[in-house]
Structure formats: C-alpha cells, structure tokens
Design a protein around this ligand. Sequence first.
Ligand code: ATP
Length: 242
Amino acid sequence: MPLLEIRNLVVRYGEIEALRGVTIAVEQGQVVTLLGANGAGKSTTLRAISGLAKPASGDIMFDGHSIAGLGPEAIVRLGISHVPEGRRVFPGLTVKENIMLGASNRKVSASQISREADAMFDLFPDIRAFSNALGWTLSGGQLQMVAVARGLMAKPRLLLLDEPSLGLAPVIVQAVFRIISQIRKDTTVLLVEQNARMGLSVADHGFVLETGRIVLGGKPDELWGNEAIAAAYLGGHAKTHA
Ligand SMILES: Nc1ncnc2c1ncn2[C@@H]1O[C@H](COP(=O)(O)OP(=O)(O)OP(=O)(O)O)[C@@H](O)[C@H]1O
C-alpha cells in the first residue's frame, strides 16, 4: 500500500479548476518529484494534501486512511509536514527558535526539542553560525535551509517540499538537494520542482502536471527525453517571479 495515494483530486478556487482529477501514488521511503510549468497545479496539490486547500472531489489517502477534508493541524499530527514556497521565517526569533517551531505538533520536552534543533545544524552546517543570534540576515539559500530544518523538526513521515531550488544559486541548490538525498532514509518526500533536471536527480519516481492533470509518470530515466519533460523544463527557465 502506498504511503500517500491521491485519487481523481479536484480543487477549485472559485471558477478556476486548479486540479482536474489528479491521481498519484507515493510509496514509503521514496522521493517523488512533481514537475510542471508555472500554474500547472503543483503547489495546489501540496496544499490539498496538507489541508490548506479543500478538495471539491476525489480522495487523499495517507497510510490507508482518507485525510481529504481534515484541517491542517490534524494533518500535521498524522505526520505530514509542508515546507511552502517562500521560506517564511520569523525575524524576531533566533534561527534555532525558528527551527524549534517545527516541533510544535509533538508532545516532547522543550529540552529534547532544543537538543534535536542543535542536531539539525549537523545537517545544515551553513546556518550553525546564526543559531542563537538575533537580528540575523540570511541569504536565500540559508533561509531555505531554515525552512527545511523546521519541516524536519516535525519528524514527518511525509515531507512536502515546494520548490526548494527557486531563486537559489546553483551551488546552494546542490546543497539543498544533497540534504534531500540524506533525509530520504527516514522520510518519504514529495518534492515540487520546476527544475526538472534537479528534481529528477534525487527522485525515485516523477510525475508531470499540466493544467491540473497528470500527463506523464515514471522513473527518472523513463522520463528523460520526453517532450512533456522538456516543456516542464523550459517552463522552469521561463519563470520570473521570486
Ligand atoms: N489562491 C488562489 N486563488 C485563485 N486561483 C489560484 C490560487 N492559487 C492558485 N490559483 C490558480 O490555480 C492554478 C494552479 O496554481 P498552482 O499555484 O497550484 O500552480 P503551480 O504549478 O504550483 O505554479 P507556481 O509554480 O506558479 O506556484 C493556477 O491557474 C493559479 O493561477
């Protein structure tokens, strides 16, 4: 049984049908990448899984149970953590405090959470220097690392990552993707990417979304060379907003 199974998912924003019957499966322990051009419905798919967008029809099964229609808090408690596009951080808190916030769904002691947050800096050494500082300024890549570290603090069974490479320099993108390959041992990952090359480099399986529908799915080597992938890849280059 897949850890996550989405069947015929339809999501509307008013008149706009953002998802028109999306069906995907994510097996336990896999990294699965969802590719597609700007506006294809990638973020909406993640928002529906994490309870931020309400399905109009279809179903979302997690670990064999339907989670469609549950609220975001209930879904986090089931072990799904969403790192949205845009790397939101709280500038009034230290970097470590920002990371610790990710554990707010868990019933563990503050000292345990503090130890785990310290351990996150082994995974993200680039942000260790800012751990306890206030008034810090981080680069885009470092903010992305804070956001991913915060997502991991929830100890999710499923981590939803929305465009972790967006707006980052190639060397930072490589660092973020290295971390994704490291965490795959413990965490199943559904990754949204416009950069097909990067997204597929860490994936076990890929799906291509086009205007709210899955048009293609397969293993990365099956997807390479396909015209739909080329379109998604070019879509990534065409994107201008940050
Ligand atoms: N809050 C909203 N209200 C109305 N329409 C929305 C909203 N969010 C997304 N949409 C529309 O839904 C469709 C899918 O958007 P979505 O953000 O899921 O695409 P995406 O593939 O993640 O693209 P992007 O890379 O731009 O985030 C688009 O047509 C978009 O304009």
